[in-house]
Design a protein around this ligand. Sequence first.
Ligand code: TRP
Length: 453
Amino acid sequence: MANLDITLRDSFGSKLGVIAATAGSAIGLGNIWRFPYVAGENGGAAFLLVYIVFILAIGIPVMISEFVIGRNAQRNPYGAFRFLKPKAKWHLVGLMFIVTAFMILAFYSTVAGWTMEYLYSSLLNQFKGEDAAALTNTFEAFRTSGYQPAFWQLIFMFLTAGIVIAGVQKGIEKYSKILMPMLLVLLLALCVRALTLPGAGDGLRFLFAPDFSKITGKVILEALGQSFFSLSIGMGTLITYGSYIHKKEKLGNTAVAVSAADTLIAILAGVAIFPAVFAFHIEPASGPGLVFITLPNIFNQMPAGYFFAILFFLLLIIAALTSSISVLEVVVAFFSEEFNISRKKATFWAAFGIAVLGFVCTMSQGPWDKVQLFGQNLFDILDFTSANILLPVGGLFIVLFVGWFLGKSALKDELSNKGTVRVVFYGAYLFIIRFIAPIAIAFVFLNGLGLLG
Ligand code: TRP
């Protein structure tokens, strides 16, 4: 009987399971592909500084708030808002999350597809002897080729859907626990190689010596968007995962541990990439291709680079999978709980819809480059809009909801596990989610989009 709450609903098995699954969601292409490319486009160290401030001041409180909503309501995000505040319009925020999930997974699966192609090419040793210029051409030719990246993207969506059908415990936990630490070790090896390249110092200066004149409204907005994207917050992923967290787990500690791990991996990715970028004379602002151009260069200069490349891309695909399943899970939990259909059916239709949007997204990079809005292709639009607009707006609603509408007793119960654990930073947390975070998000958002004049 003691376990009644977890027999009714699927849940994470152990403490390590919660952290592993949430870290699995947070750590992914966002850290290793998106962080370096966005940092490279936005001034490097100045961006990193603002990014870290946002993780601490806003990201962690938003993450805790998502856990609180999910564990309190025991439902998918849309159902959670409807259950907690039946007469209000909060469930519309839940619908926005579903739209965001579709958009994110459409371009995320594109990049995951690139990673699979790079694993395949590494297996065939195709990058051997190519210098930075040749690797740039190789990447561009592949990215714009249409059906080839679309093929890999489809395979990635199949894998994602397959894991989601297997269910929460068996599907998500099992994969995250061993492989993520391995990725960390491999990343450290890449850092060592990058740091010993001639000219590595310029890369370190780029990443760690801030030039404050580089901080603009757009840089700040991109840092906010990246912090949300990397922590998997702002679209209900962690509301969904929160609903699977056992009542005995401490939500605050989990959020801090996951955020620390996520930030560490992003910084290590930066330390692996930027010294190499400068050593090989690659443009830091090369955009989404940055990592795919830089990494093969490092492997080419490494003892046993052939094996490192294979292992690295393999682990990166797995890191991407533990993230993509957490995005798909939001849509699947919504479909299956709100429309009363089986998980299998829900997964099929969600993955199918995303695959169609993802296909258009991939094709818009090459053969269908006429698919444009404001002079940008669909990939860039989905990437920018979801991270820098939809996630911060989602996060704004989440903190407003928990800060002002959920009710203090429910909030206290979740944070203290019904009074059984001491909550250290309650006052600070409440002040942040009620005032600091909403005002900061709104300001950064309006300022970054140039709406404050
Ligand atoms: N955080 C993941 C990454 O860094 C991507 C991700 C998973 C995500 N779930 C999310 C991003 C929810 C935003 C919202 O790769």
